[in-house]
Design a protein around this ligand. Sequence first.
Ligand SMILES: Nc1ncnc2c1ncn2[C@@H]1O[C@H](COP(=O)(O)OP(=O)(O)OP(=O)(O)O)[C@@H](O)[C@H]1O
Ligand SMILES: [Mg+2]
Length: 287
Amino acid sequence: MASSVFRHAPPKACAMIESLRGLGYTTATALADIIDNSIAACADRLDITFIWLGTGSIISILDNGNGMTERELDKGMRLGEINPLETRKNNDLGRFGLGLKTASFSQCRRLTVASRKSGEMNCLRWDLDVIATSKDDGWYLLEGAHEESEKLLFPLNGYDTGSLVLWEVLDRIITPGFAEQDFLDLIDRVEQHLAMVFHRLLEGNNSSRLKIYINNKPVNPWNPFLIGHPAKSWSSPEVVFPSVDGVVMECHVLPHKDKLTESEFQSAAGPEGWTAQQGFYVLDITI
Ligand SMILES: Nc1ncnc2c1ncn2[C@@H]1O[C@H](COP(=O)(O)OP(=O)(O)OP(=O)(O)O)[C@@H](O)[C@H]1O
Ligand SMILES: [Mg+2]
């Protein structure tokens, strides 16, 4: 930049983050992004906790993955720190270096991440209210949990390595008129979504099976293909496309309603209902 005339043009933290809040997540898809990170960190158990406290309600996601050192956590919490062009490990589900922050900010104003690795525990926090009231519009990444929230990190002590993501000040969820029953309905929707998105991992064999608990209740996989149902008469052999390397397609035709009991019919409908759940399912990507 030595010979060019330039203006230094960093984004304003408050405006930038407020814009990023509108990326179009639902609570369920935002949680799925957080879980992707846990899976990439080799976690095989996740505990999602929803605590209803009116406007003070919280959601936390605890995993037993590899955890992060102080440096890794610092890097993971920053926006625009990881270049999408960087080569990733094969099992890394991340791409943009943003999901933890954008998914969380879409739901809450206070994001705290605590992590244990190599015998140390570290914790950093973004608080959009602190950023909004700062005079110089800086990117203030805060040390540690909010003083009243430290106790919420306690479950992480049960693991030698792992991470805990805490969402507080859920302003995008607890909107005016949102009541406890709405929170319970939200938990049901989240459970259904996770049961679908992670069904293959939840179905996995014993040693590698992913276990997700919501408020201590296991999430059971929802398989869109009604695998093993006696009335399912047809599914195609695998079809490969000679011109597209590495893509394998399999077709499934689900049984007619008459061949299913009422509860099987309801369950096979999936989170969005029979019609909406038809389509393409991408089961695995190997690049
Ligand atoms: N639960 C976790 N356990 C260990 N490391 C994590 C965890 N969550 C996040 N990280 C680290 O923080 C980094 C940033 O996460 P973030 O979700 O923001 O971006 P990403 O996963 O790299 O890409 P994407 O934007 O596509 O999700 C991750 O690359 C990972 O190194
Ligand atoms: Mg991610």
